[in-house]
Write a new protein. Structure first.
Length: 249
């Protein structure tokens, strides 16, 4: 288990290093590294579920979407331009829809552990946003940079507060109270899927904040402006949907 985990970590590191040129020269490298991570993922599930026919069946169904999605990344590596982007989009959709095959039948869930792992991902993303603030403000400090850095920190704090003060606690309790298929589908929808746009929103906000701090006296260009405001908006929309799916409010 540990050896597979370490190997997957190494492959994920290579995949992350390939991201800046993932639609160029490093497309094939990314596909290979990402494929290794997903295969390791399935291998660990298989080892953990050995002897449990229902769980092995669930792993096999998950493997269908994984195989098609990863296979399309290799196809995309041989393409370029809009066609490459289209194949990537199809790969993403198919990979995510793979979790819906079988409706969650066969999986086993530890609700407390599952909720805690996703909460830690939110914390890590918020921590990275603070790092981005530090990188953006790593030049000459003046009143504008200091105020902007403190405002960025305040926003990160508010995003943390929105998630952890009430919603995360109540959502975990709801997940514990649910049973059977209802619990599995709740975990899939509200944690596996709806936490993804929350994390993406935090990352976009971090990009926008870093660019803002790079030159606080100049108007923001379109991309960092959309990242700064759109990132927070994306987080809030996903947060509301997470609350709606788990708590019903």
């Amino acid at each position: 288990m540990r050896l597979v985990m370490f190997a997957a970590m190494g492959a994920m590191l290579i995949a992350s290093l390939a991201v800046p040129d993932v639609f160029g020269d490093d497309a094939l490298l990314f596909a290979c590294a990402y494929a290794f991570v997903r295969i390791a993922h399935l291998v660990l599930y298989t080892v953990a579920g050995w002897g449990d026919r229902d769980l092995l069946g669930a792993v096999a169904r998950l493997g269908v979407g994984t195989t098609i999605g990863v296979g399309l990344l290799f196809v995309a590596a041989a393409l370029d331009g809009p066609v490459q982007l289209a194949v990537w989009a199809v790969a993403l959709v198919i990979d995510m829809l793979g979790a819906y095959i079988g409706g969650g039948k066969g999986w086993r869930l530890a609700p407390g552990h599952f909720a805690e792992r996703h909460a830690l991902i939110i914390i890590i993303a918020l921590g990275e946003s603070i790092v981005a603030l530090g990188l953006g403000a790593s030049h000459k400090l003046d009143a504008g940079v200091i105020v902007a850095a403190l405002l960025g920190l305040a926003i990160a704090g508010v995003l943390w507060w929105l998630y952890f003060d009430v919603v995360a606690i109540v959502a975990e309790r709801k997940l514990r109270e649910a049973t059977g298929k209802a619990q599995l589908t709740m975990a899939r929808d509200s944690y596996s899927h709806l936490h993804l746009p929350m994390v993406a929103g935090i990352i976009l906000f971090a990009v926008g904040a870093k660019k803002t701090l790079g030159d606080v006296g100049e108007p923001l260009k379109l991309v960092p402006a959309v990242a700064l405001c759109g990132g927070v908006a994306l987080y809030l929309v996903a947060h509301v949907l997470f609350r709606l799916r788990n708590v019903g409010s």
